[in-house]
Ligand binder design. Structure first.
Ligand code: SF4
Ligand code: MG
Length: 320
């Protein structure tokens, strides 16, 4: 399938008074039409920074300092105000962890959905907009009779469904979801993710899914990129990430999560902590924590290489 989004050499810095910390160090990946692509990694690895950059929502002290983000071949980093407005919502929309708390508490949710539809379709009639709002509520499984309720009248899970309805109401081609269900209990999380997957296959949009929960991600994504210290260390189909992870960090990350089925076990965790942005190892950034590190690892950064026979990419000196 073809690429909806192509990210090349993307670099994001956090600019301080007299220092610069590199949060994302020249990463490359693509999101295909209709696929769910996951970004996984420990907190602080740069995955949310990538999501914000793709949405052109990077704000100072963050700054996209290099690379390219192409959406259907168009350079997103070059979009001016009007083009950007269309890009956000109509082409790409977002659901963040805190989205459900971003609903305005003193305005009925119907108004909040209708406003979004209206802003982008100013010529639509009140009836058309209302009908679309009803349709969106049905789509995410909330009875339309509740459309005029206020946010506090809904559970957390329902509020997050409403945010998903708002994100979907303009038929975007890509939805970026950064920890969309993390604040919810496990059963509600699963319900919502299953619903997103069902909507994705029905409506054909792509998803960029970010979560620290690798189990959930493996279950729901087609392909996964593993990030470590601002870089992609492995990109592969979910089944390969689960069954034949290539990179030592991917393996360690897999071991640190409970199995998908069977009894919950104690987590192994990964010894050590990621490097601080200002103290990046000069070779492989994972070397200080890697049980398989060799002398070359602390000297030469491994590059992300393509391994066509297993449809994956990985950056490690061990791999041939
Ligand atoms: Fe470990 Fe070396 Fe591979 Fe880095 S390049 S993950 S240190 S073996
Ligand atoms: Mg994050």
């Amino acid at each position: 399938s073809s690429n909806l989004m192509e990210v090349r050499n993307l670099t994001v810095d956090y600019v301080g008074e007299d220092s610069v910390a590199r949060a994302v160090n020249g990463i490359d990946f693509e999101i295909r039409e209709g696929e769910a692509f996951g970004l996984a990694g420990e907190s602080g690895c740069g995955k949310s920074t990538v999501a914000f950059a793709l949405a052109r929502l990077t704000r100072l002290p963050g700054l996209v300092t290099g690379g390219s983000i192409r959406f259907k071949g168009e350079e997103v980093l070059g979009f001016e105000k009007e083009r950007l407005r269309k890009y956000r919502w109509r082409e790409v929309s977002f659901v963040f962890q805190s989205a459900m708390n971003a609903l305005n508490p003193v305005i009925p949710v119907s108004e909040q959905i209708c406003d979004t539809i209206w802003t982008h379709n100013p010529k639509a009639s009140a009836e058309e907009v209302r009908a679309r709002a009803v349709e969106m509520f049905e789509l995410v499984g909330i009875p339309p009779r509740r459309l005029d309720d206020y946010p506090h009248q809904f559970s957390g899970g329902m509020r997050q469904r409403i945010c998903i309805a708002i994100a979907l109401c303009l038929n975007p081609r890509l939805i970026i979801m950064d920890e969309p269900t993390t604040a919810l209990d496990v059963v509600v999380q699963r319900d919502i993710i299953e619903q997103i997957v069902e909507l994705k296959s029905r409506l054909g949009f792509s998803v960029l899914f970010i979560t620290h929960d690798l189990g959930l991600m493996i279950e729901f994504c087609d392909r996964i990129g593993i990030m470590y210290a601002g870089e992609l260390v492995e990109v592969a189909p979910s089944a390969a990430i689960l069954n034949s992870p290539q990179h030592p960090y991917t393996r360690a990350l897999g071991n640190s999560f409970p199995p998908l089925t069977g009894p919950r076990q104690r987590l192994e965790g990964i010894a050590g902590t990621p490097p601080a942005p200002r103290a990046m190892p000069q070779g492989c950034r994972f070397a200080p924590r890697c049980a398989q590190a060799m002398p070359v690892c602390s000297l030469v950064p491994p590059e992300l290489k393509i391994y066509p026979e297993r449809e994956s990419e990985a950056a490690c000196h061990l791999l041939k």
